[in-house]
Write a new protein. Sequence first.
Length: 291
Amino acid sequence: MILSNDKNIKQIDLSKELVMTDAVNLPFTSMILKNRDKATSTIVNWDYEQLDSTRGLAKEGSDVTEFEESNRTTGDSNVCQILRKAVNVSDTAQAVSEEHIADLFAHELSNRIVEIKRDLEYYLINGVKNDGNDGQARQMNGLLQFVKPENKTEVTTALDLKKLQNMAKTMRKAGTAGQDLVLLCDYNTYDIVADLFFEKTLYQGVTNEFGSPVQKLNLTYASVVPYVIDTMPENTCLMVNTDFLKLAELRALIYSDLAKTGSSRKGFIEMENTLKVLHPDAITMYSKKTA
């Protein structure tokens, strides 16, 4: 077995490469990777912060005898999970010039980085917490597990503008709305969002381009930017304020060489992290149930 104290092992930080990799197809992970915290344990705890609710009236000339503080009596936790991908290329395969591939090992490693980012996005959305005490690999809770029951719109009717308005209204009342919310959609809900204002847009000075791909929805209580998320459950979307999300990293993505034991080169990439949701009302959800 290759141990971590083997002096022949080389480790390379791939954090920047992970952020830049496939930002078009993995937009949510690209966003959250820019908002990282340092984790210090496999279990990450945090407090929800609630503002003082008193109105602050004071008598003229009175002394200051009362002091307010933010309420941090509630909170949540999540589990750091480990994601790993490995590469093993024979010396012969590396020496043979593959068509359009100058360095087969580097090419395969690049593919593994895309794959591990894709896997991370799956768990950021769909993960279900497992602390590993059952002998299985640890797993984080994803966004779907953090949605409060009262913030879920689970109905048999299709997504429409009224439902989106109500999702934003819920967040506005909780103080988590804003002008840069994201709407994480599966393909079906994204198709609906893209057609919400069909034939209600004005073209100015464009004569050779047609169609109006949606880039931002200006709702009554917030503005949202929609994204297609491959791993979002069917007929489901999440409205999220990413200012309240953080990726807590116990270990950033690192490449490590494995010791050479024959005529091949071996290496792996690995990271250990989890999702933090800093406000319970930072997420609202729509999902269409089957009748």
